[in-house]
Design a protein around this ligand. Structure first.
Ligand code: HEC
Length: 274
């Protein structure tokens, strides 16, 4: 206890004495118990002197002094410093190798199709989900808008809306009713129904299923237009979906001026061609 200043000890003693009913004067003369007893001649400190000396204000504890004298971070540096983790992230992203070349719908769709392949088969031959290859999916959806709508909403939304057939009702080989394959639904993919894909990813995977799996030939007269407009790397519709300037509800309106304007896709289940 070497650090306790003298005046504090004295104040504490005074307080104790006051509680015990002694006066400071009586106190002053009191011999310290563990010192040899003073003789009666020993002059105590005059009481007046003790009482008149006002105790100096206690000095600040060392940690308060340290806090007060410490150099502060200047306010203008705070903005910069608080962005440090952000710069670190940007740096990490910028040094990551950029292996992407063409990020068109088909490139995106090939990756997304991994989540569909478990049910539809890696090459679209079917399994827990319907076969998509050998023109099957094109028969169901001659128009890409209808396929986008179905993949976005999934079977359950059609069932809830009491729409029994999805795709072309005059489908070659028979119309596809909801739950008509093995009693299982096609899971919804769109954001509105809690699906995990963005609008652009849905277009990507639908393009992949039509042009890489389903058998549509982008060079043919039949599919050239659709491919250019929706699935080519230059597709303005795809770019609009990707940068968020359009969505499936306003797309038809937004691109109404194109030579062959797109039909409504929509995010509510609807019969084909509506
Ligand atoms: C859990 C299994 C499962 C997954 C995963 C799945 N599907 Fe399906 N899909 C189905 C089933 C089952 C059907 C039939 C739906 C019905 O009968 O109502 C179907 C139907 C379809 C159809 C209609 C085919 C036709 O000609 O009738 C398309 C298109 C389709 N799925 C696309 C996709 C896409 C794209 C993905 C991935 C984003 C995907 N599916 C993921 C099970 C699945």
């Amino acid at each position: 206890m070497a650090g306790i200043p003298e005046h504090l000890l004295k104040r504490a003693q005074e307080a104790r004495d006051k509680a015990a009913g002694k006066t400071p004067a009586a106190d002053a003369g009191e011999p310290t118990p563990n010192l040899p007893a003073k003789t009666s001649e020993a002059k105590p400190v005059p009481a007046a002197q003790v009482a008149s000396a006002p105790p100096p204000p206690p000095p600040d504890p060392s940690y308060v002094v340290a806090a007060n004298t410490r150099k502060k971070i200047p306010f203008w540096a705070m903005a910069t410093l608080s962005l440090l983790p952000f710069w670190a992230l940007l740096y990490a992203l910028s040094v990551k190798p950029q292996e992407k070349t063409v990020e068109g719908p088909l490139a995106i769709g090939a990756g997304v199709y991994g989540t569909c392949a478990g049910c539809h088969g890696a090459a679209g031959a079917g399994g827990a989900g319907r076969a998509l290859h050998q023109g099957e999916v094109l028969k169901t959806f001659p128009k890409i808008e209808d396929m986008l709508n179905f993949v976005y909403t999934g079977s359950q939304a059609f069932i809830s809306a009491e729409i029994k057939i999805y795709g072309d009702p005059n489908r070659e080989g028979g119309a596809h009713g909801t739950l008509s394959y093995n009693g299982n639904p096609m899971p919804q993919q769109g954001e509105k129904y809690g699906g995990g894909l963005t609008d652009a990813e849905i277009l990507g995977v639908v393009c992949h299923e039509r042009y890489e799996i389903g058998g549509a030939d982008e060079e043919s007269e039949e599919w050239k237009n659709e491919y250019e407009m929706w699935c080519s790397p230059e597709s303005e519709i795809f770019q609009g979906l990707e940068n968020g300037s359009v969505n499936y509800d306003n797309l038809a309106e937004t691109f109404a001026a194109l030579p062959t304007p797109p039909a409504n896709v929509g995010t509510d289940p609807r019969p084909s061609g509506k």
